[in-house]
Design a protein around this ligand. Structure first.
Ligand code: HEM
Ligand code: HEM
Length: 219
């Protein structure tokens, strides 16, 4: 790749979301494996994941250009062409590439499902999610089973996610990781529109408020 101008593609909210999810999900994983003697850590890191994901969904609508779903969710034909030419055509993408866009949707969806099933899960002894009052014991069992199963799928997908980032670096020379840390790529595109930060504060407040409302009104 030739030296090109640095372009600011990932705004601060997207990067905070990403690394926030990595930390919170890691904490939830570790605490979940401790037989829930770390219940408070599990609960609060899980809540953090819920807020982060709700925030990201809002940010996908009102956020910066590259953060928006309309910017990176491509149709099947575009994805197929992209895949067919993956080896030959090394043109970098401004934001997410057509395949990566779908990876974002799947990852965000699974992470949300992981957290939401947790809200209805129970260890049948001491600790239960805050929304178990809405469901019977049969549904609690199903949610708890899903909470365990979805996590296994999530681990596989995160491994694939990191492998894909490595493949882009090794095969195509794209430094996606640096971009997700600093916000900058060298890809020759015109800089995308960056949303003002007050919008992110608003979206974060709505996300946190929504979770608070759900928890405060739970039976
Ligand atoms: C997205 C973040 C979360 C992750 C990654 C996560 C992960 C895990 C893991 C790995 C376990 C152990 C499963 C096993 O025993 O095999 C677990 C158990 C559990 N989690 Fe979560 N969890 C998350 C969010 C939540 C939330 C928000 C709640 C509710 C506040 C919750 C409630 C529970 C409960 C009650 C159990 C015990 C289930 C049992 O004993 O089988 N989790 N979680
Ligand atoms: C808990 C595990 C992880 C989850 C759930 C996750 C999820 C995601 C999501 C949802 C995005 C889209 C970001 C957005 O548009 O808001 C993304 C992008 C990205 N992630 Fe992760 N991630 C995880 C771990 C990692 C790790 C460990 C790395 C380091 C190698 C990494 C590197 C990246 C990079 C470089 C991108 C940008 C990809 C692109 O340019 O299209 N992720 N990740």
């Amino acid at each position: 790749m030739t030296e090109q101008q640095r372009v600011y593609v990932w705004d601060l909210p997207v990067r905070l979301f990403h690394w926030g999810v990595v930390v919170a999900l890691g904490l939830a994983w570790y605490s979940g494996e401790q037989g829930l003697s770390w219940w408070d850590v599990h609960k609060w890191s899980g809540y953090a994941v819920v807020i982060l994901v709700l925030f990201r969904i809002l940010w996908g609508v009102i956020g910066s250009e590259t953060a928006r779903f309309t910017d990176f969710v491509a149709g099947p034909r575009t994805v197929a062409t992209y895949l067919r030419d993956w080896w030959r055509d090394r043109t970098p993408s401004r934001g997410h590439n057509p395949l990566g866009g779908w990876a974002v949707l799947v990852l965000v969806g699974l992470v949300l499902a992981q957290a939401v099933t947790g809200l209805f899960a129970t260890d049948d002894i001491l600790y239960s999610g805050p929304l178990t009052g809405y469901v019977g014991s049969e549904m609690e069992r199903t949610m708890t089973r899903l909470h365990t199963r979805i996590f296994d799928v999530l681990l596989i997908l995160v491994t694939l996610h990191v492998a894909a980032i490595a493949a882009y670096r090794l095969v195509r020379g794209e430094r996606l990781l640096i971009a997700m840390i600093t916000g900058y790529k060298r890809n020759g595109f015109a800089p995308p529109w960056i949303a003002p930060l007050y919008r992110a504060v608003f979206a974060a407040a709505v996300a946190a408020g929504a979770l608070w409302l759900v928890l405060a009104t739970a039976p």
